[in-house]
Design a binder for this molecule. Structure first.
Ligand SMILES: Cc1cc2nc3c(=O)[nH]c(=O)nc-3n(C[C@H](O)[C@H](O)[C@H](O)COP(=O)(O)OP(=O)(O)OC[C@H]3O[C@@H](n4cnc5c(N)ncnc54)[C@H](O)[C@@H]3O)c2cc1C
Length: 300
């Protein structure tokens, strides 16, 4: 018998019929007019997948505060996509952070991704909370809950946050964030689904019942993404590195490989029961569009 491709097996399996996958998309606030044009192009294409929400990151040390606010407000005003604005505690007093959150509410932004942020000296240096600031994400979540009725997402780490001394400390921290009022966690990128499954076992064992949405990073540019992954503690397996060996000058093959790997990762997660995904888009739509077609979702 002819072997069906993965997607066909998935779509024809009655167990999966009618299961609409849920997507959320993460963007960063564009720096220049040209980048902004590309950003809106990507957002409008991905909007046709009817995402649960689009999130807009907050630059290191609050460096994009105004841009995050402007872009998130415009998405809220001009599209019907629910918008989530990221916020961090870095280098700011509680009052300053609270004012930004109140600004989100005034702009009609009802969702927040609440983060501590990375140390101001860069990843790998010691994190020093502002003396009058929120010390960590759990405190920030509790603070946001006092301000208004936001939908709050927090970060989770299938390979453990680099600063957590051990797994117990890491999972305890996730539990504190959920107990403080977060609605869900979104994971850091990971490339080996087994890391996610092992993490989910720990999450369940700790009695955490909030959804932990896998954060999927399509590999638009292997060099850039592997370097960023390394800096935030996400392991790039050898087999994955080998897939992109010598492809710097072969953009078409690079893109085909990236697309095949994204499909493989997402199908693996779907087959394990996952129905909601958060994509780190880097303001690009193509790989997610290709993936959604293979999965038999809306044509975009
Ligand atoms: C989905 C997602 C989105 C992100 N978006 C952004 C963004 O927009 N802008 C940005 O700058 N960064 C962003 N980041 C990166 C994030 O800011 C960093 O990973 C940061 O180092 C940790 O943030 P956190 O919210 O997980 O921190 P926390 O949950 O506060 O944890 C940080 C570390 O401190 C430890 N810790 C926390 N509380 C305590 C305590 N009471 N006692 C002892 N140890 C404790 C934890 O175990 C952990 O090791 C994002 C990450 C993810 C996964």
């Amino acid at each position: 018998m002819q072997q069906l491709p993965f997607s066909a097996q998935l779509n024809r399996d009655p167990a999966h019929r009618g299961d609409k996958l849920k997507f959320s998309f993460e963007f960063f606030p564009p720096k220049t007019a040209v980048m902004e044009g590309r950003f809106w192009g990507a957002l409008h294409r991905l909007a046709r997948l009817e995402p649960e929400f689009a999130s807009v990151t907050y630059g290191a040390g609050g460096s994009t505060r105004e841009r995050t606010m402007r872009i998130a407000s415009r998405i809220t005003e001009e599209t019907n996509i629910p918008t989530a604005a990221h916020i961090t505690c870095v280098g700011a007093t509680r009052d300053e952070v609270n004012k930004v959150i109140e600004g989100f509410a005034e702009a009609g932004i009802k969702r927040v991704v609440a983060l501590r942020g990375d140390p101001q000296g860069g990843i790998g240096t010691k994190y020093e909370p502002h003396p009058d600031g929120y010390a960590n994400a759990a405190e920030l979540v509790a603070g946001i809950r006092k301000i208004g009725d936001f939908d709050i997402s927090v970060a989770a780490y299938p390979e453990k946050h680099p600063e957590s001394p051990d797994w117990d400390a890491d999972i305890d921290n996730l539990k504190r964030k959920i107990d403080a009022g977060a609605n869900r966690a979104i994971t850091q990128m990971f490339f080996d689904n087994d890391d996610y499954w092992r993490f989910m076992e720990r999450v369940e064992k700790a009695g955490i019942t909030a959804p932990v949405i896998p954060g999927v990073q399509p590999i638009h540019n292997y060099k850039q993404i592997s370097s960023f992954a390394g800096s935030c503690g996400a392991r790039v397996p050898d087999w994955l590195a080998k897939c992109f060996d010598d492809l710097d000058e072969e953009p078409e093959i690079h893109s085909l490989v990236a697309s095949a790997l994204a499909v493989e990762q997402v199908i693996g997660l779907i087959n394990g029961g996952v129905r909601a995904f958060h994509f780190y888009t880097l303001n690009r739509a193509d790989l997610v569009v290709a993936l959604s077609r293979v999965l038999g979702q809306v044509r975009v």
